[in-house]
Design a protein around this ligand. Structure first.
Ligand code: UDP
Length: 442
């Protein structure tokens, strides 16, 4: 008789940059044919996932009840990528309301399987409380961080060692991570610099981060060879199993999006890229949640026009604009920019969402100007595309440090959402990476 497969429950946070690596990991586990997988999320995220998971997939999608209006969120808001960044705290706090529902969900799963418990719960870094439920039911609990070891070691160290106000305009060493060399105060977000441990943002984060140490294991979407320093930090700090399981990446076409969301179809994008010479295009994107200021956007546009290179730019509304607002070239871009780009055929402006993995894997791609979210980093590294880093939030500042100082596959061009940046500097960095300079080649 065939042995019954054991079940793994997976629960990512409600943001595409979290759901994607969880899904990639789920698909990887599914391939082993050794386990069944229950993938938990809010109704709208599950609906979206249902629409593009292959019809023969055995991954069981399970809804956890959620009503955004109960949490001072706009109606039907269940994913950070359709919300302005300041709503992150509401989403954080709303995620705490899942606790009783998740307990019930686990209890129901056990009942349905005649008392057989899931073999493991893999939960998100922001859903640290899952550990309490796993413990209650006696289930192995792992946290999966879709990010890298170094980036999160810095992030963790900074959040657990608040406050940082005394570090104004200085370089500093991370309090319990001296091997990581010097940091500059501009590598902290405004949230981090103003946090004192009692504000709502740091209260949430410090609680959830402290729960990592109670997990039975921590999985990172990274590779030991490039990320030893960060992984060693966590092994030493928690004395727990820390496994680098990366890179786990979604295959092209399964980026958690229905075709409706794309600003351009993958086919159209490929056709455009097919017409460009090999290694001649720079791709520009700030990921699924972040954006830059209007003045930075103007400088970036001038740089893309001035550098003479082919480009694809995913244009998201600048800071201060409704994240879902229609594309407004007249307000966000230099006068005549869109028209000139169209006529020259040198650039492709993509609204909303681009088929990123298809773009990065195309032979015409030469460089990626990126906010250095970890999924983007892995996708870029996996396709051998060097990066120009423009970190804007969270652990992205430390990802860039790892990529530039320790691995040598990136140059930083600007830092933060509001920092002053000049188009000449952007052009210089683009040329450095895209032309046959010694550093660019390296
Ligand atoms: N992404 C995409 N098209 C876009 C923007 C983002 O496919 O136009 C995908 C990208 O490939 C990556 C994820 O969304 O898998 C973004 O994750 P990342 O960690 O890079 O950044 P975040 O959005 O979490 O800041």
């Amino acid at each position: 008789m065939a042995q019954k497969k054991e079940n793994i429950v997976m629960f990512p946070f409600m943001a595409q940059g979290h759901i994607n690596p969880f899904l990639a990991l789920a698909l990887r586990i599914e391939k082993t044919k050794k386990f069944t997988i229950t993938f938990v999320n809010t109704p709208l995220n599950i609906k979206k996932l249902r629409s593009f998971l292959p019809s023969n997939s055995s991954i069981y999608l399970l809804e956890i009840p959620f009503n955004s209006s109960d949490h001072d969120l706009p109606p039907n808001s269940e994913n950070m990528d359709s919300l302005p960044y300041h709503f992150l705290i509401n989403i954080f706090q709303a995620s705490l309301s899942f606790k009783p529902h998740f307990r019930k969900l686990i209890s129901n799963l056990i009942q349905e399987k005649n008392g057989q418990k899931p073999v493991c719960i893999i939960s998100d870094m922001f859903l640290g409380w899952c550990e309490e439920i796993a413990q209650e039911f006696g289930i192995f609990h792992a946290i999966f961080l879709g990010g890298g070891g170094f980036g999160f070691a810095c992030y963790y160290s900074l959040w657990v060692n608040l406050p940082h106000r005394s570090t104004d305009s200085e370089e500093f060493v991370l309090p319990d991570f001296r091997e990581a060399s010097l940091f500059h105060v501009t590598q902290m977000t405004d949230f981090l610099r103003s946090a004192d441990g009692s504000d709502s943002y740091s209260s949430f984060l410090r609680k959830t981060l402290s729960q990592w140490s109670k997990a039975d294991g921590i999985l990172f979407n990274t590779v030991e060879e490039i990320d030893k320093l960060g992984l060693t930090y966590f092994r030493r700090k928690f004395g727990r199993q820390v496994w680098p399981v990366g890179p786990v990446l979604l295959i092209p076409g399964s980026q958690g999006r229905s075709r409706r969301d794309f600003g351009i179809s993958p086919e159209e994008c490929k056709n455009w890229l097919d017409k460009k010479p090999s290694c001649s295009v720079i791709y520009v994107s700030f990921g699924s949640m972040n954006t830059i200021s209007e003045s930075q956007m103007m400088q970036l546009a001038m740089a893309l026009e001035g550098c003479g290179k082919n480009f694809i730019w995913v244009v998201r509304p600048p800071l201060g604009f409704d994240i879902n607002s229609e594309f407004r070239a007249n307000e966000w871009l230099p006068e005549g920019f869109e028209e000139k780009i169209k006529v020259s055929g040198r650039g492709l402006l993509v609204q909303k969402w681009a088929p990123q993995v298809e773009i990065l894997s195309h032979k015409s791609l030469s460089a990626f100007l990126s906010h250095c979210g970890w999924n983007s980093v892995l996708e870029s590294l996996s396709h051998g595309v060097p990066m120009i880093g423009w970190p804007v939030a969270a652990e992205q500042f430390y990802n860039v440090k790892l990529l530039e100082d320790m691995i040598g596959v990136c140059v930083e061009v600007a830092r933060g959402k509001r920092s002053e940046v000049f188009h000449e500097d952007i052009v210089e960095k683009i040329k450095l990476v895209m032309t046959e300079s010694e550093k660019g080649r390296k």
